[in-house]
Design a protein around this ligand. Structure first.
Ligand SMILES: [Zn+2]
Length: 285
């Protein structure tokens, strides 16, 4: 039996239940963080700024500045075999602060995916991040479904990159259509689509996913969401399914917190659902 990671106890946080949870952040091991950040920025020709240095400590600094109580870190296994390396890293860092919660990742072509998912579960990891574009498989592929099944059977949350990715022009592996197909098979499962499900394609998400009862985060699309009538309708129909997420370091946590806090379109109850209540239907704190 693997040693369990410490459980975050929301009751012990100064804000009680009124806490702010950022469901979508990225950090890297200290020795590769600088290079990882540079590579991501280069991949989209410099059209992106990093708001932390990509390290564990810099995420904590950002959380302090923004008033974020807990962050979920979403790593991605970009090759078969990478999942166990990520798990080793997660175990090393996860005991350093109860304010940072790690998901795991596994590549769908990993021949040891069953073992990898069970090890994650035994270590206390509550969810798995997939980025089908970076991982090279269509989100709705039959092969990947076996991996989703295994993780869902372990009561884990599946967290997907949703929609277009500017670093992968022409790739349709994370299209809204593919998630509509996936959700037909996995209706009602604990599934989160990042970036509002479609990276700004709000009309299409509303049409194809609006009634699917999957979760959405607002990472990278919070700005466009405020101006789009389809986004407003999607939120109206699914306010119990939206999670606050920044995509830090690619968005500034403080700015995102302020947008939600200062919003006149959202009621205090909706803000509470977005900041902390909805995500607690997916993970234990
Ligand atoms: Zn992200």
């Amino acid at each position: 039996m693997e040693p369990m990671l410490p459980e975050c106890t929301i009751r012990h946080l100064p804000g009680g239940v009124n806490v702010i949870i950022d469901a979508h952040t990225h950090i890297y091991p200290d020795i590769v963080a600088q290079k990882a950040i540079r590579t991501v920025i280069a991949n989209i020709n410099g059209r992106l700024n990093a708001h932390t240095t990509g390290t564990f400590d810099s995420l904590l600094d950002s959380m302090d500045a923004a008033g974020v109580d807990l962050s979920i870190v979403l790593p991605v296994a970009t090759s078969p075999g990478h999942g166990s390396g990520i798990l080793g890293w997660v175990k090393e860092y996860a005991t350093s602060s109860p304010r940072i919660i790690f998901f795991g990742s596994v590549h769908p072509e990993d021949p040891d995916y069953v073992c990898c998912i069970r090890q994650m579960k035994e270590s206390g990891i509550q969810g798995i991040k997939f980025h089908p574009g970076y991982q090279g498989f269509p989100a709705d592929s039959k092969e990947a479904s076996r991996v989703y099944d295994e993780a869902l059977n372990q009561d884990m949350t599946l967290y997907f990159h949703g929609g277009y990715d500017p670093s992968l022009p022409g790739c349709d592996y994370t299209s809204v259509e593919r998630y509509a197909a996936l959700l037909k098979d996995f209706n009602g499962s604990k599934i989160v689509l990042a970036h509002g499900g479609g990276y700004g394609e709000w009309g299409k998400v509303l049409d194809l996913l609006g009634d699917k009862k999957c979760y959405y985060d607002v990472a990278f699309v919070l700005e466009s969401m405020q101006r789009d009538e389809h986004a407003a309708e999607l939120f109206k129909q699914n306010e119990d399914y939206f999670l606050f997420g920044s995509d830090s370091p690619w968005r500034d946590q403080k700015k995102y917190v302020e947008i939600v806090r200062n919003s006149t379109a959202l009621t205090p109850e909706q803000k509470e659902k977005l900041f902390c209540k909805n995500v607690q239907k997916l993970i234990r704190l």
